[in-house]
Ligand binder design. Structure first.
Ligand code: HEC
Ligand code: HEC
Length: 283
């Protein structure tokens, strides 16, 4: 791994350690002995050579954390998926309908997660998966929407992710989604905060290096929602962004803001080609 050093204030405040050997650089992820997960592949063309290859965050975790994702019995996130299966089948709201009444088995939603965030024609905006689920809750069930990254919202996203495991991420970046995607890209490369860091400083230029006690990944979202051992619960993409921005000592946007929706679309597009592996386990 390369060990590029930062200059100026960022280096002083947040030294990036020399790249620890990636112990499991060649480890392969197969879930339950049957779902093959692509955790490393050629970078999508829109990255224009900024990265040659993209790698899942799974590759940067230690053996123990990696192992927890290889079997659903060892993956603590699967408890939330079971909760979501119950929600899926339970009527809620003024229409007395459940998700299952309209959508059938949760497995029938395979292929949905890899294409989100996605342009929603009726709404005239890019929808994250959580926004789409809330649209169904409000407009088709007459139920209360869930707050961004609330536990039910994350459990449902985890369920929808779990049925798409092994399928390649494939979000569209052209057509009506393009301007949102460009806004997200701009945010990704903008340096902010006292430390003057952008997402790219850490996840594009310093992946593989150590920062504090953490092994920096490429900041991919194919494993979301992720079960963080540190928090003992599922964490959503936009809450993760918030934590990362806070670490740069910058003012941050809120989960659900137009900025974070755009950023989620852009960051998801950086993972195009990696398998959906959520709900993943991370430290
Ligand atoms: C009354 C019927 C109905 C109920 C109940 C319902 N949905 Fe939907 N849902 C739809 C319809 C119709 C669409 C397609 C709408 C569209 O494309 O705008 C849809 C679209 C979706 C999509 C996007 C699929 C895609 O291919 O992009 C997801 C995800 C989804 N629903 C999840 C849920 C979840 C989770 C629940 C329960 C919390 C739920 N829905 C409840 C009717 C329903
Ligand atoms: C100061 C360095 C730093 C900056 C700047 C930073 N992050 Fe992170 N990020 C981390 C660390 C450390 C982790 C946890 C270890 C890892 O997965 O890289 C992390 C994790 C992530 C993850 C989870 C990856 C996974 O597989 O679970 C995502 C997604 C992410 N960051 C996105 C972003 C985005 C988007 C930005 C810009 C808004 C950003 N990060 C800015 C340090 C940073």
């Amino acid at each position: 791994m390369k060990a590029k050093l930062l200059t100026g204030i960022a280096a002083a405040a947040l030294a990036f350690g020399a790249g620890a050997a990636m112990a499991d650089e060649d480890a392969e992820l197969v879930i339950n002995g049957e779902i093959e997960i692509v955790t490393k592949t050629a970078a999508p063309a829109h990255l224009d050579g900024a990265l040659d290859e993209i790698m899942s965050g799974w590759r940067f975790r230690d053996d123990t954390t990696q192992a927890m994702q290889m079997d659903d019995f060892d993956n603590p996130a699967m408890l939330a998926v079971e909760d979501a299966l119950e929600i899926w089948a339970t009527a809620d709201g003024s229409e007395g309908k459940s998700c299952m009444d309209c959508h059938g088995a949760a497995e029938d939603m395979a292929g949905v997660k890899p294409v989100y965030p996605k342009w929603n024609e009726a709404a005239g905006e890019v929808y994250t998966l959580q926004m789409q689920v809330n649209d169904c809750r409000e407009n088709r069930m007459g139920a209360e929407p869930w707050k961004v990254d609330a536990s039910d919202a994350l459990a449902m996203e985890g369920l929808l992710s779990s049925v798409s495991r092994g399928m390649p991420m494939n979000v569209a970046i052209d057509g009506p989604a393009q301007s949102t995607w460009e806004q997200g890209k701009e945010l990704y490369y903008t340096r902010t905060g006292q430390l003057d860091l952008s997402c790219a400083t850490c996840h594009e230029q310093n992946y593989g290096n150590m920062i504090r006690a953490d092994h920096l990944s490429m900041g991919m979202v194919n494993g979301f929602p992720t079960y963080r051992l540190k928090d003992s619960k599922l964490v959503g993409v936009q809450s993760r962004f918030k934590g990362c921005v806070r670490d740069t000592r910058a003012e941050t946007y809120s989960p659900g803001s137009p900025e974070f929706i755009a950023l989620e679309l852009y960051v998801a597009s950086r993972a195009n080609g990696l398998s959906v592996e959520g709900p993943a386990v991370r430290n």
